[in-house]
Ligand binder design. Structure first.
Ligand code: ADP
Length: 558
């Protein structure tokens, strides 16, 4: 701005100066031209008097300095000329000043030379005899004058330019100084030009409005971040071109990115075709959903257009981790199928036996066996249903169960005692050793842990084998250990036997009255007590299951 003002002032000053010089010279030139013309007239009148008095003799010995004198007859012939051979000169009757002098007694005119570098002033006076005396004098033209004065003019112009430059510089600085000193953050504080006041007041009002809007925007942003940052669901805000406008922590973790991705395209964060397809419906204003596998998990993606008055100006991409939900759904489906399958076999047997008995197709000596089978299958179903109920109770958190201080050793002795008959039938010796070991827990669940582990150790043992149950304390916890000398478990299946209905040898388990749920109950009950299960097994040698309970009061939940 300073430069523009400077340039304008400088150019105006120079233009005014040059115009003044030209006008001044013009006026001077005109003035001196008139003075010269008047002088020429006086000279002409003097010369006319001279010729009038003495006739042609007047010209003898005449040497007019700077003037040219001519004597012209009434018919235009040149009778005398001070500069040229008048006998060869053309007729002057058509010359303007001659014509005028012949008509009115006196005439004047001026003519430019061919080069326009010189102008000649003419003055003519008629004598009483009808002849005309004409005087002429050369006058430099304005152009000649200017050319002649080139050097001083150039010097003056240079000086004028210097002064203009300095003045323009100072003026432009002085004009812009108050503008440069304006504090736009507080426009009304400085002392600017009065003319700027309306503008400054407006800027001030607009700035206050902007500050207020900024504060509101920040507040909204903070609120939004506070809500979204702590959400388990991932959220990404996109504009219509797919550029990321906002992303919360969960989404950053899911895509392995940071806040630095804001402003970049969503495809630079994830190149998944499925996500691109999901977003392709946004311009149509259509909400779409899809389950996408990402980072080993399953996520429900929902892309919703953001619109106002029918104009779509962005999209919200919501990501929900449904891995566990899907797994639970899968497990539930499998569980239902397994339960139906497990119940079907004993029911078929019972129905078959009952039908045979009903139709009198069983020999009297066999009826007892049939009754026993019906009772056995019914018993299997009862234990299966009991196990299912226990497991679903555990699935729901077993909140209604009472936590108390339990001596695990006493509980183990009592539980193992209830299995002595089974052990005897299986030809397996069972022993319990250890020490009093109190822990916080649910007695029924602790009992089912000891029961199921010891029951398995007896069932999957060999004739003459042994089962050793031991309970011991260690720093910060209690350890329950059930070791057998049984058939063992193949290494690769050690994890799987804790799954519901999983059995290594299905027919053996069923033969022994197993439901396939015992270890699942153990796993759940242990988890509820924050206990850790360790399993060591060698095929043909035996299995040792260790449950490590933390002895902490924090576990008391009731
Ligand atoms: P089940 O009612 O069949 O015993 P569990 O859940 O208690 O069901 O056990 C699952 C499977 O794990 C059993 O069928 C068996 O094959 C295997 N198993 C459990 N405990 C032992 C053990 N002590 N020795 C050998 N195999 C075992």
């Amino acid at each position: 701005m300073t430069k523009r003002i400077f340039r304008s002032i400088f150019l105006v000053a120079i233009a005014v100066f040059l115009a003044s010089v030209v006008l001044f010279l013009g006026v001077l030139y005109d003035y001196f031209g008139n003075v010269q013309q008047r002088g020429l007239k006086t000279q002409t009148e003097l010369a006319a008097q001279g010729v009038q008095t003495v006739g042609a003799e007047y010209f003898e010995g005449l040497s007019p300095k700077g003037y040219r004198i001519s004597w012209i007859s009434a018919d235009g012939r040149v009778l005398y000329d001070s500069e040229a051979d008048f006998s060869e000169m053309e007729n002057h009757l058509e010359r303007e000043e001659i014509k005028e002098a012949l008509e009115s007694g006196y005439g004047e005119s001026s003519r430019y030379s061919v080069t326009l570098m010189e102008r000649t002033l003419y003055s003519a006076k008629r004598l009483t005899d009808g002849t005309v005396i004409r005087l002429s004098v050369a006058q430099s033209t304005l152009l000649t004058l200017l050319l002649g004065m080139t050097q001083p003019i150039v010097i003056i112009i240079v000086i004028a330019m210097g002064i203009s430059f300095w003045l323009a510089h100072r003026l432009s600085k002085n004009i812009t100084a108050p503008l440069n000193q304006l504090n736009l953050d507080d426009p009304l504080s400085g002392e600017g030009y009065d003319e700027l006041s309306p503008l400054l007041r407006r800027i001030d009002a607009q700035q206050r409005q902007i500050r207020q809007q900024e504060t509101e925007l920040e507040q909204k942003q903070e609120e939004f971040e506070a809500v979204t940052e702590n959400m388990a669901e991932g959220i990404i805000l996109l504009n219509t071109k797919g550029m990321i406008l906002g992303i919360n922590r969960s989404a950053e973790t899911l895509f392995g990115t940071t806040h630095a991705c804001i402003g970049k395209h969503i495809l630079s964060v994830n190149r998944s075709i499925e996500i691109s397809k999901l977003l392709s419906d946004i311009p149509k204003g259509v909400r779409s959903e899809k389950i996408i596998d990402l980072n080993g998990g399953r996520y429900q993606f929902a892309a919703s257009p953001v619109s106002e008055n029918g104009n779509i100006f962005g999209a919200v991409l919501l990501m929900l981790d449904v891995t566990e939900k899907e797994q639970a759904e899968q497990m539930r489906r499998e569980f239902t199928a397994n339960v139906s399958h497990e119940l079907k076999t004993p029911l078929h047997t019972i129905a078959g036996c009952a039908e045979l008995l009903e139709n009198g197709m069983v020999r009297p000596e066999d009826t007892q066996r049939f009754y026993a089978q019906i009772r056995g299958e019914a018993g299997r179903m009862i234990s299966l249903v009991e196990d299912i109920i226990r497991l679903s109770h555990l699935d729901e958190g077993a909140d209604d169960m009472k936590w108390e201080r339990v001596d695990l050793y006493a509980l183990a002795v009592q539980t193992v005692r209830s299995l002595f008959r089974e052990a005897e039938n299986a030809g397996v010796s069972v022993s319990v050793d250890g020490e009093t070991a109190a822990l916080d827990g649910v007695p029924q669940l602790l009992e089912s842990i000891v029961f199921n582990l010891t029951d398995n150790a007896i069932k999957y043992n060999r004739q003459g084998g042994a089962v050793k149950v031991s309970v011991g304390r260690f720093e910060g916890g209690v350890r329950l250990c059930v070791a057998d000398t049984g058939i063992g478990i193949p290494k690769e299946l050690c994890e799987r036997i804790f799954e519901r209905f999983y059995r290594v040898d299905k027919s053996r388990s069923k033969e022994l009255g197993g439901t396939g749920l015992g270890l699942s109950i153990v796993k759940h009950a242990a988890r509820l007590h924050d206990a850790k299960i360790e399993l060591q097994s060698a095929e043909g040698e035996g299995t040792t299951v260790t449950v490590i309970f933390p002895d902490s009061k924090e576990n008391i939940k009731s």
